[in-house]
Design a protein around this ligand. Structure first.
Ligand code: NAP
Length: 451
């Protein structure tokens, strides 16, 4: 049998495992994750109100329940857990599907002020990620500014505008629900540095903003007019053209007024966050103009918006993995067709898939062909890889490295605890928000060993 470790149980990890076992009956896959819960960004990134996308968990579940696939949560790969070099000794091949673990920064003055967060921190909080440290995002805030016009920006904007009635049926943790229910944020500015035809959100997500109850979406026609492609969007790719059409509709006839107001702004780039004491009190933005080559130039004209909450949503970034080569410019691992490249050539037995392979772009489905390509490379290399002796079962060696792997039954115990918690609160499933409650559930209600 060919024994493979897939590191990361998000969509790219699950699709890689699926591709491997579907294409070759002689493959056994361990899917490792540092968290006790599987599904990566499907569990901890997809917005709680996007139930349809979240239901993808059901198809990922069938992969992790496959007879030749084993989920092992609670296994950290790296210097604080199982070093990459040790993992290579335990399996014929290792596929890293670790995503892009950090967020990009703006690099402007004031970014460190209280009230200035990355969208990732906000998303982690309302998604109950056990490493989420922050709280009180909306406390004392009346206006929010979201920097960036990608799908994550749309997600966080929508979550800020959602009412308690829409949030209660979701699986968001109770503390986040209580906090958002008490939120007094009524104005949300979503700001793009370039024009509407260059915005990165997808039309479905954009349109959804116009369907939010008690919410008005406004667009300034003058900002749309600045875009050279706005007047005649026929030359644009279909997806961008549809975006422009939706924006055009809102500019012509803003939705009826509501308690929440979402202002979609374009051609504005952040220059500084302004302090009110030790926290954010405003943001200074420079008006930009198209440079004719898809970029923008500054105009020297500025605008200030009073705000108590700034969420920068300017994309994710991969982080270097100890023991693997890294391309700092793109935040990815150098690879060809999924094979990790070391010293100019493919490193036998080391592969990547997903965002750490191609950068943080695309929707969940984009990971399917990406994973398939990597799996095909691995299986092509298999005859050489299986010549090396590896243990029949890596579990004892993983334990010897200090890991306490959480097996599928442990994850199922978490699922049961989340259903029970939801029932006790009169809600559906409610996520457990911290390490202690997750590990207590894994250990059958007893405190985790060493707690
Ligand atoms: P993204 O799509 O790359 O968008 C990042 C945004 O930040 C862009 O508008 C970009 O503008 C802007 N930006 C970057 N640097 C900036 C700076 N220094 N100052 C101001 N603006 C800056 O990233 P994302 O929204 O994090 O999404 C990541 C991926 O996840 C995407 O592929 C997305 O589609 C996917 N996703 C999908 C869904 C869904 O399907 N529902 C939900 C969430 C995420 P420029 O274009 O000018 O660089």
């Amino acid at each position: 049998m060919l024994r493979v470790a897939v590191v990361g149980s998000g969509p790219s990890g699950c699709y890689t495992a699926q591709s491997l076992v579907q294409q070759d009956p002689d493959v056994l896959v361990d899917v490792l994750d540092r968290l006790p819960c599987p599904y990566g960004l499907v569990r901890y990134g997809v917005a709680p109100d996007h139930e349809k996308i979240k239901s993808l968990q059901n198809s990922l579940r069938t992969v992790l329940e496959h007879e030749r696939v084993r989920f092992l949560g609670g296994v950290q790969v790296g210097p604080d857990g199982v070093p990459a070099v040790r993992l290579r000794e335990l399996y014929h091949a290792v596929v890293y599907c670790v995503g892009a673990a950090t967020d990009r920064r703006l690099g402007i003055p004031g970014e460190e002020l209280r009230g200035s967060w990355s969208a990732t921190e906000f998303v982690s909080w309302y998604s109950a990620h056990p490493d989420a440290v922050a709280d009180g995002f909306v406390l004392g805030a009346r206006t929010a500014v979201v920097i960036g016009v990608g799908n994550v920006a749309v997600d966080v904007t929508r979550m800020l505008a959602r009412g308690v009635r829409e949030l209660t049926p979701t699986d968001m943790p109770q503390t986040a629900l209580t906090s958002l229910a008490a939120s007094r944020v009524t104005r949300i500015h979503m700001v793009g540095r370039r024009g509407p035809s260059q915005a990165r959100f997808t039309t479905k997500e954009l349109r959804e903003l116009g369907t939010l109850p008690d919410t008005q979406v406004t667009v300034d026609p003058a900002e749309l007019d600045l875009d050279p492609d706005y007047g005649d969007p026929s030359a644009l790719p279909a997806a961008k053209r549809r975006n422009v059409e939706v924006l055009r509709g809102w500019a012509a006839a803003p939705a009826p007024s509501g308690r929440h107001r979402i202002h979609l702004r374009f051609f504005l780039r952040p220059v500084a966050l302004l302090a009110d004491g030790d926290r954010v009190g405003g943001i200074r933005l420079e008006h930009t103009a198209p440079d004719g080559q898809g970029g923008v130039t500054g105009t020297g004209r500025y605008e200030e918006i009073e705000t108590q909450l700034v969420l920068r949503s300017v994309g994710y970034r991969g982080v270097p993995l100890d023991g693997l080569p890294f391309d700092p410019e793109h935040g990815t691992v150098p690879q060809v067709a999924g094979r990790v490249i070391r010293e100019g050539g493919p490193a036998p037995g080391e592969y990547v898939a997903g965002w750490i392979k191609r950068g943080p772009t695309g929707v969940i489905g984009t990971n399917r062909p990406c994973a398939k390509e990597t799996a095909a490379s691995l299986l092509e290399d298999a005859p050489a890889l299986v010549r090396r002796n590896v243990p029949d079962d890596a579990m004892p060696a993983l334990r010897a490295q200090g890991c306490t792997p959480v097996e599928w039954s442990g994850w199922q115990a978490i699922e049961r605890a989340e259903a029970e918690l939801g029932a006790s609160l009169g809600r559906g499933v409610v996520k457990l928000p911290d390490w202690e409650s997750l590990l207590t559930a894994v250990h059958g209600g007893a405190p985790p060993p060493g707690a």
